[in-house]
Design a protein around this ligand. Structure first.
Ligand code: HEC
Length: 145
């Protein structure tokens, strides 16, 4: 019995270590590919580069919001895999937008990111205004803060 619990404990700590390693890798990818413009803590450099904090938790809950996040040119066109972009975007949402994420938020999947990022936005600002305005009406209203 003792042996089993030792093995179990070892497995548990190994899987926690793997989780931490994966998180480190995603953070590194963010630092390498996104932070040059958005800065390490997602502060951005408004008005030229938007910050990635708080507002994205609202946007992700609005119609077209999920795909918007990976259709902006900086995200869609960065030479990283769909899996990397999915991980980075979910990481940004949990890390910088925890307070505004909808209660029923489901992480983005590699599949949806792969489809969405192929449709790069030509006018991201206009699409953002369109999506943002939806928070006043219909379903989006419950996410506004
Ligand atoms: C070369 C600079 C640059 C890089 C690199 C960059 N971005 Fe951006 N990002 C921008 C700019 C500028 C905007 C505003 C929209 C536009 O003009 O493209 C933006 C907008 C965004 C938005 C929408 C924010 C909002 O509030 O509407 C998200 C999400 C985003 N970027 C994610 C990323 C991710 C993830 C990466 C890394 C994979 C990344 N960006 C890399 C410059 C950059």
């Amino acid at each position: 019995m003792r042996k089993i619990s030792v093995v179990l404990a070892a497995c548990l700590s190994a899987s926690t270590a793997v989780g931490a390693l994966a998180d480190d890798q995603i953070r590194l990818d963010y630092l390498l590919h996104c932070s040059g413009c958005h800065l390490p803590e997602g502060q951005g450099a408004p008005p030229v580069v938007p910050g990635l904090k708080n507002a994205l938790g609202v946007i992700v809950g609005l119609p077209e919001g999920r795909e918007y996040l990976v259709r902006v040119p900086g995200a869609a066109q960065t030479p990283i895999t769909d899996k990397q972009l999915t991980d980075i975007t979910n990481w940004i949402l949990y890390r910088f937008n925890a307070e505004t994420l909808p209660d029923d938020f489901e992480p983005l999947t590699v599949n949806e990111v792969s489809v969405a990022r192929a449709h790069v936005l030509l006018d991201p600002l206009q699409k953002r205004v369109e999506i943002w305005n939806r928070r006043q009406s219909g379903d989006g209203a419950r996410y506004s803060k």
